[in-house]
Design a protein around this ligand. Structure first.
Ligand SMILES: Cc1cc2nc3c(=O)[nH]c(=O)nc-3n(C[C@H](O)[C@H](O)[C@H](O)COP(=O)(O)OP(=O)(O)OC[C@H]3O[C@@H](n4cnc5c(N)ncnc54)[C@H](O)[C@@H]3O)c2cc1C
Length: 459
């Protein structure tokens, strides 16, 4: 117990009595992995990491922390990229959802499933597939990211242009509020107009309004066919044009991603992959289509868009598709291997995306000479991930410059990762005073003591 701050030792003892001593991690070695986020840019001190096994235990943990005046930070897979799942400047209790891992039977009639907040995306996807269905949200962190974290951040990912983000898949939620009460809308009713939609209020709230303990999720039929193409083009303008043209004729288009020549070369070096095409291109677009005969449909759409055979690699088998996806999906880890990234996940109006891409490189070079800029993203959604390597993790000059540029281009400072701690100081760039006041009023009404994720989203 020498490891616990004396002021918190009573709280830690109480938490042990609530969830069992085995589920309270208080020594520095076991806490460490929960105290620093995936990027290594954000970290804080956990009073303890608590692993409750039921909503009642979550409620008791929240109650104990509220009485002790200690903040609660919900954490799922800790793959969030904006520092929202780790403590901030004040020590807090991390509530890890790993034991809320019940995966209910598939409801084939409703095409839905009820899933514990701690279930990983990969486990949910595998269970849906085994029943001939699919959970349509997908992202590269699937082996660690949890349903609770995806709901809390309204995760987007690779298939938003076809199926929407996590929000569109949520039929209802179960969540523990700051006062310890539990709200539960898990009956699966698709039509339910009985007042405020509290489940949707929780979606994207980043653990500031409640701790999600389970979700009732929509599933879709498992696609019968899938084809992936990687296409080299000469510029961002050409990439945007290609996606616009293909989208018009390929009804089954389910992903349209962008990577740049330098990023692709970095992934090849980092992961030991061969170059995908005979020659190098400045920009690459990864397209995926699903349906009855997606290969024919995608080929004819690409021909219509004037894509050159020599500039295109196609795979319709699962192993080949995975190989092509690796050039896009391994960008984050390849860049993180270079240093601690400043990650700026933003959306732009489609018509201004290419101008922004050129301008942001100039702005970063002017703000942080010597820094390197790496860009990839979900082109079909206007969503670019701008990653800057070089500036000290605590230096926010480049963050400010990029986010202000996004606002000048009428974009959003967060496309899909949320605001977290990383962007809380810039929320005003995307939300008006009236919107921020309404958000604060909701927060004060549901969490008057500010116990849930203090400092996240609303600084
Ligand atoms: C390689 C890589 C690729 C990624 N690709 C994408 C992508 O394509 N699209 C995308 O949207 N994101 C992506 N992400 C970001 C991340 O995977 C998502 O934000 C994901 O939803 C986080 O899930 P998690 O369980 O890891 O949440 P955590 O990181 O643990 O938490 C994230 C936020 O949710 C809150 N939270 C977690 N669980 C709960 C809960 N049960 N109740 C209430 N609040 C909770 C936390 O407090 C925190 O604010 C990627 C990350 C990595 C590392």
């Amino acid at each position: 117990m020498g490891q616990t701050l004396p002021v918190h030792s009573g709280l830690v003892e109480h938490l042990r009595s609530v969830v069992g001593a085995a589920h309270v991690l208080a020594d520095p070695e076991t806490r460490a992995g929960y105290e620093t986020d995936w990027t290594r840019r954000f970290s804080g001190r956990a009073v303890a990491v608590v692993r409750p096994g039921s909503p009642a235990e979550v409620a008791a943990v929240v109650g104990a922390c509220r009485s002790a005046g200690v903040g609660v930070v919900p954490q799922g897979g800790n793959t969030g990229l904006v520092g929202g799942g780790v403590p901030g400047p004040d020590p807090a209790v991390v509530v890890s959802t790993g034991r809320l891992d019940r995966l209910g039977p598939l409801d084939a009639a409703a095409q839905q499933v009820t899933v514990g907040a701690g279930v990983t995306l990969a486990r949910l996807q595998a269970a849906a597939r085994a029943g001939g269905l699919a959970f349509p949200v997908d992202l590269a962190a699937r082996d660690s990211a949890t349903v609770g974290g995806m709901v809390a951040t309204n995760a987007g990912g690779l298939h938003v242009l076809r199926y929407g983000s996590t929000r569109a898949q949520v039929v209802g939620l179960e969540a523990v509020l700051a006062d310890g009460s539990v709200i539960s809308r898990l009956s699966g009713l698709v039509k339910d107009n009985t007042g405020y939609d509290l489940s949707q209020l929780m979606v994207g709230s980043e653990g500031t309004l409640g701790i999600v303990t389970a979700a009732r999720l929509r599933l879709v039929p498992e696609p019968t066919g899938r084809v992936v193409a990687l296409v080299g083009v000469g510029s961002t303008v050409a990439a945007v044009d290609l996606v616009r043209t293909v989208r018009r004729s390929a009804e089954g288009l389910s992903a349209a991603e962008v990577i740049y020549g330098d990023g692709l070369a970095l992934v090849c070096e980092h992961a030991g992959l061969p170059a995908p095409l005979r020659r190098r291109w400045p920009v690459y677009v990864v397209l995926e289509a699903v349906g009855g005969d997606p290969t024919e449909e995608l080929f004819s759409a690409l021909a219509g868009a004037g894509a050159d055979d020599d500039a295109t690699a196609v795979a319709a088998d699962p192993a080949g598709a995975e190989r092509l996806w690796a050039y896009r999906e391994r960008q984050p880890e390849a860049v993180a291997a270079l240093g601690v990234p400043h990650k700026l996940d933003v959306t732009l109006p489609a018509a201004r995306l290419a101008d922004f891409e050129a301008e942001v490189r100039r702005v970063v070079a002017a703000t942080a000479p010597g820094a390197t800029t790496w860009i990839w993203g979900h082109l079909g959604d206007g969503n670019l991930h701008v990653n800057v390597i070089g500036p000290d993790p605590a230096d926010e000059a480049v963050d400010a410059a990029v986010l202000e540029l996004v606002a000048a281009f009428d974009g959003s400072i967060s496309a899909e990762h949320g605001i977290g701690r990383a962007k809380a100081a810039w929320l005003h760039l995307s939300r008006s005073p009236a919107e921020r006041a309404a958000m604060r009023a909701i927060k004060s009404a549901l969490d008057p003591d500010g116990v849930l994720n203090p400092g996240v989203l609303l600084a």
